[in-house]
Design a protein around this ligand. Structure first.
Ligand code: HGY
Ligand code: MN
Ligand code: MN
Length: 407
């Protein structure tokens, strides 16, 4: 399974993946999902928001145990972020069935649509639409860098964007959700003396985090003939804002990143007319995130005014703190522990569809698989095959526990 998916959407020049929502590589990933589901006799359908569901025993009584993750990536992302959770879900089901497992509940494997928001800007768009956390009208109108709307992209892929919106009937069928994900940090790699090292961990919380767009508007002009005092150069307040974000985050124990910028007209010998920058800010608590963003925006406005530049701010995506149910987390920590020791419990600064479902009241948990370097959102993202296998085994135990005991 892993090998079949590994080449889809991989960019030879960087070794990273470009699987953006509703683009050909991501549609190929969806086709892969349907093939793997069909090979296991699972009833597969896309819900009204483009999330893919593969059901085992949909007709069984009771609410379903759902597991899965996402198939889309960030630009030049790694192989594991998302797909590991889905490949592991299929493999965990294979293990259970090999034991002649007779689940007492329905089981579903889900591939949530557009978790990274790499093309249309909103994180976890598929799960937010499902739960009503993202307005369908806003979603349909989201535009990518070429100006294509989500609605147009879905239509081109044969989906009907008119159907976008909260899906109460589907949500009512979901009893709980467990997402396995590569760790995007190196807590499970442990300390130099090995303490805290484990192949699999259990999530306690997801930090609050958000995305803000800053539009700096100045005046295009000639790089050679325009006197410095006559310029309204948006690059200058932009540059100051990048540095300010880092400084304010460091001072507040937060994390702030400006990793994406668009310059118009982007000419070597022309002063830019407009610079658009995206701020990603996160912290252990919401007040700190908001305070850092306020300081950065105030600074952006101050620097812009000094340069005769206008600046507009738009909050594109916000995810409040997720605290996973401690009882479930502790129970899973014991269940997936090894050598008599419970699995480590750890928070994460990375957002996940699990956080969106938890916010919608679905009992939710996450399993993390060790990432030796902690590197993620990079072609260098990696997890050892033995740790991935340990993750599959852990997930199979969790599914057996939640969906009914092995026969
Ligand atoms: O941005 C995140 O934290 C996640 O990878 N979507
Ligand atoms: Mn990610
Ligand atoms: Mn992810």
């Amino acid at each position: 399974m892993w090998a079949a998916l590994a080449e889809v959407g991989r960019v030879a020049a960087t070794g990273g993946y470009r699987r953006f929502a509703w683009t050909p590589p991501e549609l190929q990933c969806r086709a892969w999902f349907r093939q793997e589901a069909a090979a296991r006799g699972l009833d597969t359908h896309a819900d009204r928001n483009g999330n893919l569901w593969a059901w085992d025993g949909a007709g069984r009584p009771g609410q379903a145990v759902v597991t899965g993750s996402h198939l889309d990536s960030v630009p030049d992302g790694g192989a594991y972020d998302g797909p590991l959770g889905i490949v592991s879900a299929f493999a965990a089901l294979d293990i259970l069935r090999a034991d002649d497992w007779r689940p007492a509940r329905p089981l579903a494997i889900v591939a949530f649509s557009d978790e990274e928001g790499a093309r249309f800007g909103v994180a976890c768009a598929g799960s937010r639409l499902l739960t009503g956390a993202l307005d369908p009208g806003r979603a349909a109108g989201l535009r990518d860098a070429d100006g294509t709307t989500l609605a147009e992209a879905m239509r081109a892929a044969g989906e009907d964007p008119e159907a976008l919106g909260r899906d109460d009937d589907l949500l009512a069928r979901v009893g709980c959700y467990v997402e396995l994900h590569v760790e995007q940090g190196r807590a499970l790699a442990g300390d130099p003396d090995g303490t805290g090292a484990a192949a699999v961990g259990v999530a306690t919380a997801i930090w609050p985090h958000g995305r803000w767009r800053l539009d700096f508007r100045g005046a295009a002009d000639h790089a050679g003939t325009t006197r410095l005092e006559d310029r309204r150069d948006p690059m200058l307040p932009f540059a100051e804002t990048v540095l300010l974000a880092r400084e304010r985050a460091a001072a507040a124990g937060a994390r702030a990143t400006i990793g994406r910028v668009r310059v118009a007209p982007n000419g070597t010998n022309a002063i830019a007319s407009e610079v658009t920058a995206w701020l990603d800010a996160r912290a252990p608590d919401e007040a700190t995130v908001r305070a850092v963003v306020d300081e950065v925006v105030a600074g952006a406005r101050w620097w812009a005014t000094r340069q005769g530049v206008e600046v507009d701010l738009a909050e594109e995506s916000w995810s409040g703190e997720t605290v996973f149910d401690p009882l479930i987390a502790e129970r899973l920590s014991v269940l997936v522990g090894r050598d008599g020791r419970p699995a480590p419990l750890l928070p994460t600064g990375a957002g996940h569809d699990a956080g969106v479902l938890a916010a919608a009241g679905v009992p939710t948990a996450m399993l993390f698989v060790r990432n030796p370097t902690g590197v993620s959102h990079s072609p260098a993202e990696y997890a050892e095959p033995d740790d991935c296998r340990a993750g599959v085994l852990a997930l199979s135990r969790v599914l057996a526990e939640l969906a009914g005991t092995p026969s």
